[in-house]
Unconditional design. Structure first.
Length: 486
């Protein structure tokens, strides 16, 4: 199976590591620790978010009286511009009035942030289209000039349109979670002064550190200070977070929301009142109804492993294999670790490509061994039926020339299965950059819904070609491709 890394929020992808802001009581004191940890169920070194008070829906979201909820509903509904099945979550007229005084400090309270999270989920499920108007005319220059303070220098400079799945979201896939997260973050930015945000690298610098030498994910974490005002001691908060110092009884500190910038669409809340870290988004309802796994596969290699949202992985020989290896995974700054008590697989992350196996620091299971530097590409499977399409050209077309499509055919399940077997049966793909050859003339192309590459085929050379790799297949295999056009 051949896949590409999905870049949703510069990502994309769910398996990229999270920042876990761990707040612990130590000898009557509270420490704020930014740790580079992945999700590791049953691991003694990982914080357990299933303990009482650490649930995905913390008490803060349910403590409002009906009157308070009603007032929040009225407040945010006044921002909407609804036109049939299309909703603009904050109208341009409202933004214009709201930011008439750009120097006025504005921030949302903790309850307002939680309301926006729940309300954004509701909006996504009820409307066909969600409009997020450009913020460029309304925000202060600091949004674009102080990247450490607010990491949205290029976001929302243009109007964003989100197509939803109204009345169809029985289970959530990764694109749903990402879209809702975009709506939430837009509303946070649109209604808050830039001072209410800061990046971990700004905190590290403020505390006298060097972000480039910090091995944790703190430097790439976005923080939001709820209820930020002229009385908030922002520098003090930066010092505490940047130096990871004790904040016991510190009235100058604050509640914080954290988001892992460039990482998963997840928001956590650290309460100063209860000293509890909890997940604010995705909510428990979304997590319980998530339909998807991450699939990692290698070109020409039948090994495939999947990563779920609960920190577990499964390694198989191929899609149809009943035998599998299971364990836990941990996302690191530099790569990925698969492990259980008996084995360990280590991978380096190669930006824009995928994960490269490190044989020298791994201890593989004897039944699941693959070569050093084997590349695995990752895509997300959302539980939908696999689809595919093949296009036949009017004539053999020289590579890099624009072909004329004669026929486009949607592939059947059996045809997809057979084509995947042809691809996965290739024992060795030749790196096209390492050979000197005559140009290929391609007769068509095909693509699968879960693989990022287009595969080109040449009758004359019996060649399959993708990206910059090529392989010769058998006459019978090429004849199968030809017969699809019969």
């Amino acid at each position: 199976m051949v896949c590409t890394v999905k870049h949703n929020f510069k990502f994309f992808i769910i398996v990229i590591s999270l920042i876990i802001l761990s707040i612990a009581i130590v000898v009557g004191g509270m420490h704020i620790i930014a740790a580079n940890t992945g999700k590791r169920p049953n691991s003694p070194t990982a914080p357990d978010f299933n303990t009482p008070g650490g649930n995905a829906n913390p008490p803060a979201v349910n403590l409002d009286t009906p009157a308070t909820q009603d007032s929040l509903k009225v407040k945010f509904e006044a921002m909407y511009d609804v036109n049939g099945d299309t909703i603009t979550v904050i109208s341009e007229n409202y933004l214009r009035n709201y930011w008439q005084d750009k120097d006025k400090i504005r921030s949302l309270t903790t309850k307002e942030v939680y309301f926006i999270i729940q309300d954004s989920i509701r909006i996504y499920s009820e409307y066909d289209t969600v409009i997020l108007p450009s913020l460029e005319p309304f925000v202060k220059d600091e949004y674009y000039n102080a990247s450490m303070r607010h990491p949205f220098g290029s976001d929302f400079r243009e109007t964003v349109t989100i197509r939803t799945r109204p009345n169809q979201v029985i289970s959530y896939n990764e694109s749903d979670i990402t879209a809702i997260y975009t709506i939430i973050m837009y509303r946070l930015k649109a209604l808050s002064s830039p001072e209410a945000f800061f990046m971990g690298n700004e905190a590290i610098i403020h505390a006298g550190g060097i972000p480039e030498l910090d091995s944790s994910l703190l430097s790439r974490t976005l923080f939001y200070i709820p209820a930020y005002s002229e009385n908030t001691d922002r520098n003090h908060i930066l010092s505490v977070v940047g130096s990871r110092t004790e904040a016991t009884g510190d009235e100058g500190f604050s509640d914080l929301f954290t988001m892992y910038y460039w990482g998963e669409a997840e928001i956590k809340f650290a309460s100063m009142q209860t000293w509890i870290i909890s997940q604010a988004y995705p909510t428990a309802e979304i997590e319980n109804n998530f339909n998807g796994t991450y699939i990692a596969s290698s070109d020409g290699l039948q090994f495939i492993f999947t990563l779920d949202r609960n920190g577990k992985f499964t390694l198989k020989m191929n899609d149809d294999s009943s035998d599998e290896l299971t364990g836990y995974y941990e996302m690191l700054d530099s790569g990925l670790l698969l492990y259980n008590a008996d084995f360990r697989y280590s991978f380096d992350y190669v930006d824009g490509v995928g994960y490269r196996y490190r044989e020298n620091i791994s201890s593989p299971d004897p039944s699941y061994v693959f070569g050093d530097c084997t590349m695995f590409r990752i895509s997300v499977s959302v539980g939908t039926e696999l689809s595919g399409n093949v296009k036949f050209y009017t004539e053999a077309t020289k590579e890099r020339k624009e072909p004329v499509i004669a026929t486009s055919i949607e592939l059947s399940k059996d045809q997809i299965k057979e084509l995947r077997k042809i691809i996965d049966s290739v024992q060795k793909w030749t790196d096209d950059d390492s050979v000197d050859r005559l140009p290929y003339y391609f007769d068509g192309e095909f693509k699968f819904s879960d693989r990022g590459y287009i595969y080109y085929f040449s009758y004359d050379a019996n060649v399959i070609y993708f990206d910059h790799y090529c392989a010769v297949i058998s006459d019978d295999q090429m004849q199968f491709i030809k017969n699809i056009n019969q």
